[in-house]
Write a protein that binds this ligand. Structure first.
Ligand code: NAD
Ligand code: DAU
Length: 348
C-alpha cells in the first residue's frame, strides 16, 4: 500500500484533498499531518475520519526531531505539502510565524524525506502546493505563466516563494523528485472566515459591515476548491518531474463586483429585499502592499494533463452559499473564541 503524507489536511484546501485521495484511492494509505492551528479543524473531515486507509497525526512541521521520527516510523512514499500560514493580513502583523512554518517547516519536511530515502528515489515524489502570489502583482492586462519571474510583495508571498525555491534546490542538489503547482484564489466549503468570501457570507448572515479594502477594484482569479483538489490529483499522478503547473479558474472578478454578486445571491437565499445586503458594504483602509491583480494562464495543465474547472463560478458560489447556510454550527464554532479578538484587531 502506498503511504502518502498530506500536510495541512485539516485546513481548507487540505481537507478537500484528503477527501479526494481517501475516497478515490483505497489502495493508498493517507496520513494527514496537521498542527491544528486556528485554521485547522478536524470537523472538516468527519465523513472520512473512520476510513481504514486514513490516519490523522497531530504534529508541527517546524518540530525537526518529531518530523524526522515520524518519517522514519511511517516510511512515507510521497508528500503532498499544503501546511502553511495562509492569510496575507496575518503575515503583515506577524511575518516571523510565516517564516517559521512556510520556510523552516518546508525545509524540515524536505530534509526528513531526503534522510528517509537516502537518495534512493525510485517511485518517490515531493509535491509542493504553492500560490500565484509568488509572481507578485499584474497590471490591468497579462497573465501569470509558469515562467513569470518571482516578485513577491507580502511576507506571506515571500515565504511561499522561498519555500518554492527550497523545493527546487532539493531537486537540483539531491535529485529529489518533485513537482510544484501555483494556484489562484480558492473558494468553497470549509473556507476560514478571515478570507474575503466566507467573511462576507458570515457578515451578510449577521447583517454586519462588509469591509472592502481601498476602492475595491483589486482583482482576483477565483477557483472552486474541489476543482483545485482535482488538479492536485492530476498533477500528483501525471505531472512531469521538476515541473511547475499554474492552476486557475479563468475567472477574474474585481472585489467590489464579487461582493455585490454575493449580496445578490444571499438576499435571494435569505429572503431579503433586493439590494438589502449591498447596503452593508463599507470601504475601509487599504491592505499595505495590496497586489492589484492576479490572473493565471492555466494552458499548460489544460494541454498536458487535460484539467479544466468543472463548475462555473455561478454554480460554485451557489454551492458555497448553500454549504454555509447548512453548516452554521461550523461557522459558529470557528468564529467563537480567538476569532473575535482577531476580527477586532484587524477591523477596528
Ligand atoms: P489554511 O490556512 O486553511 O490551512 C492551513 C493548514 O495548515 C491548517 O490546517 C493548519 O492547522 C495547518 N498548519 C499551519 N501551520 C502548521 C504547522 N506549523 N505544522 C503543521 N500544520 C500546520 O490554508 P489553505 O487556504 O487551505 O491553503 C493550503 C495551502 O494552499 C497553503 O500552502 C497555501 O499557501 C496554498 N494556497 C492557498 C490558496 C487559497 O486560495 N486558499 C491558493 C493557492 C495556494
Ligand atoms: O492568490 C492565492 C492566494 O489567495 C492564496 O495564496 C492565499 O492563501 C489566500 O488567502 C488568497 O490571498 P488573498 O489575499 O487574495 O485573499 P483574501 O481573501 O484575503 O483577499 C481577497 C481580496 O479581497 C484581496 O484583494 C483583499 C480583499 N479583501 C480581503 C479581506 C479579508 C478585502 O477587501 N476585505 C477583506 O476584509
Amino acid at each position: 500500500m502506498k503511504k502518502i503524507l498530506i500536510t495541512g489536511g485539516a485546513g481548507f484546501i487540505g481537507s478537500h484533498v484528503v477527501r479526494q485521495f481517501v475516497t478515490k484511492y483505497p489502495t493508498y494509505h493517507i496520513y494527514n499531518l496537521d498542527a491544528l492551528t486556528y485554521a485547522g479543524n478536524l470537523d472538516n473531515l468527519r465523513d472520512v475520519e473512520s476510513s481504514p486507509n486514513y490516519t490523522f497525526i497531530k504534529a508541527d512541521i517546524t518540530d525537526e526531531q518529531l518530523i524526522n521520527k515520524l518519517f522514519q516510523e511511517y516510511q512515507f512514499d510521497a508528500v503532498i505539502h499544503l501546511a502553511a500560514e495562509s492569510h496575507v493580513d496575518r503575515s503583515i502583523t506577524d511575518p516571523l510565524a510565516f517564516v517559521r512554518t512556510n520556510v523552516l517547516g518546508t525545509v524540515n519536511l524536505l530534509q526528513a524525506f531526503k534522510s528517509l530515502w537516502q537518495n534512493q528515489w525510485g517511485g518517490k515524489r515531493f509535491y509542493h502546493i504553492s500560490t500565484d502570489e509568488v509572481y507578485g502583482a499584474l497590471g490591468e492586462v497579462g497573465l501569470f505563466t509558469e515562467t513569470t519571474a518571482y516578485d513577491p510583495n507580502s511576507p506571506y508571498s515571500a515565504s511561499k516563494a522561498s519555500s518554492d525555491h527550497f523545493v527546487r534546490a532539493y531537486g537540483e542538489t539531491y535529485g529529489m523528485p518533485y513537482v510544484v503547482s501555483n494556484c489562484s484564489n480558492n473558494y468553497g466549503p470549509n473556507h476560514f472566515p478571515e478570507k474575503l468570501i466566507p467573511l462576507c457570507i458570515h457578515n451578510i448572515i449577521n447583517k454586519k459591515p462588509l469591509p472592502i479594502y481601498g476602492d475595491g477594484k483589486y482583482t482576483r482569479d477565483w477557483l472552486f476548491v474541489i476543482d483545485h483538489a482535482r488538479a492536485i490529483d492530476d498533477v500528483f499522478h501525471r505531472g512531469g518531474n521538476a515541473e511547475t503547473y499554474n492552476i486557475g479558474g479563468f475567472n477574474e472578478w474585481q472585489n467590489i463586483d464579487l461582493v455585490k454578486e454575493l449580496c445578490k445571491q444571499m438576499d435571494t437565499v435569505l429572503g431579503r429585499a433586493v439590494g438589502e445586503s449591498e447596503q452593508l458594504i463599507t470601504f475601509i483602509q487599504d491592505r499595505p502592499g495590496h497586489d492589484l491583480r492576479y490572473a493565471i494562464d492555466a494552458t499548460k495543465i489544460n494541454k498536458e494533463l487535460g484539467w479544466a474547472p468543472s463548475v462555473t463560478f455561478e454554480e460554485g458560489l451557489a454551492k458555497t452559499i448553500e454549504w454555509y447556510m447548512n453548516n452554521q454550527d461550523w461557522l459558529d464554532n470557528v468564529t467563537s473564541g480567538a476569532y473575535a479578538d482577531y476580527y477586532h484587531e484587524q477591523y477596528k
